[in-house]
Design a binder for this molecule. Structure first.
Ligand SMILES: Cc1cc2nc3c(=O)[nH]c(=O)nc-3n(C[C@H](O)[C@H](O)[C@H](O)COP(=O)(O)O)c2cc1C
Length: 349
């Protein structure tokens, strides 16, 4: 059942238009430096992310696991992460926790030297639903399965409301996150709807080590679940998928809201190196790419490396043209923010 769902997510994300109507990265324009006064070759893109040093401020976001197709995708992403010295997350590990024979579809990434690996579990699995909650034993299983450096706990409650088999209980999850964060380094991520300042502060109090905003502007899980509901002609879920297609906090605004003294990963709708530079300029330490890399990963390792190399080149060009010798310098780059993103940023001011 979970395996079928995972396969459908991939195929729908590859073949249907499952993105929100507006990409808010387009609402950020850098002021051009006609005199860069640095040499392109001098530009240093390396960053520190918790315990790791990465050559580039890039995280391959959590996508999949649990099927043979997912294993191929994870392998191709992992090979690229090793080659370019980037961080990588795997998709929700629930399937392999419940069925250990699926472990290799995730642990395949351990064959590669990746500087920072993230295990992944859904927040709804941390409390009792129709199935019992995962305890520390299951969490440990997920971490050791890929020899992870940290655990992503993903928040996906809109998706749970649209998917036919969704988990609807959410009471007590913050406490569970706090319990897990006392034993493992936890980064909490959204999956396309963003994180507000109030939630960021609650997560900080709960002891998480970082926040990945997963904001609005890219993959819409309301859209993906709309297409899944369509397959089985579930009119109720199709209706809600349609209604909430564009629900959420724009990714760039969520980065601003989440500045609470923790490392923030900017994600949700990143398409290229210029978007990545925009995310960093808003306060992210790094950017997360998911759907942009999916087709490449389904194709080959070389295809992923090629796309990531284009992303890196464009990041460096944006740094060159904003006189940013280091990733941190990008935070000082002057920029103009226009509608419809602007009122979201003004809300925080
Ligand atoms: C096919 C697919 C499967 C995904 N599965 C997971 C998952 O299992 N766990 C998770 O935390 N996020 C998952 N995500 C969400 C991404 O990590 C990311 O937060 C979201 O897609 C927004 O980024 P994007 O606009 O770059 O795609 C998935 C995304 C896609 C496209």
């Amino acid at each position: 059942m979970i395996e079928q769902r995972k396969e459908e997510h991939i195929r729908i994300a590859e073949n249907e238009r499952v993105i929100s109507e507006h990409n808010f990265w387009d609402d950020i324009q850098f002021v051009h430096y006609a005199l860069p006064e640095i040499d392109f070759e001098q530009i240093d893109c390396s960053i520190n992310l918790l315990s790791a040093k990465l050559d580039y401020p890039i995280i391959i976001s959590s996508m999949t696991g649990g099927t043979q197709l997912a294993k191929k995708i994870n392998r191709n992403l992992a090979a690229a992460a090793e080659k370019l010295h980037l961080a990588m997350g795997v998709g929700s590990m629930r399937a392999a926790i419940e069925k250990p024979e699926l472990s290799d579809t995730f642990s395949v990434i351990s064959e590669f030297k990746i500087p920072f690996k993230l295990a992944n579990i859904g927040a709804p699995q941390l409390i009792n639903q129709s199935k019992n909650a995962f305890g520390s034993g299951e969490i440990e299983k997920a971490i050791t399965m890929i020899e992870a450096d940290a655990l992503y706990i993903h928040l996906n409650f809109l998706q749970e409301m649209i998917q036919p088999e969704g988990d609807r209980r959410a009471k007590g999850i913050l406490k569970r996150i706090s319990e897990i964060a006392s034993s493992f380094p936890v980064i909490v991520k959204e999956t396309g709807n963003g994180i507000s300042r109030e939630i960021a502060l609650e997560l900080k109090d709960a002891g998480v080590k970082g926040i990945d905003v997963g904001g609005l502007g890219g993959t819409s899980f309301a859209a993906i679940e709309y297409y899944r509901a369509k397959i089985i002609n579930d009119e109720e879920k199709m209706n809600s998928g349609n209604t909430f297609w564009n629900w959420g906090i724009p990714s760039p605004a969520s980065i601003v809201y989440c500045q609470v003294g923790l490392p923030v990963i900017g994600s949700g709708g990143l398409r290229n190196g210029l978007d990545l530079a925009r995310a960093i300029s808003m306060g992210a330490v790094a950017g997360g790419f998911a759907r942009t890399l999916l087709k490449n990963a389904d194709d080959s390792e070389d295809s992923v490396v090629k796309n990531l190399s284009l992303i890196i080149r464009d990041l460096k060009i944006a740094m060159f043209l904003t006189r940013s010798k280091t990733v941190n310098d990008l935070k000082k780059a002057r920029k103009v923010i226009v509608d419809p993103l602007k009122p979201w940023i003004d809300l925080h001011a």
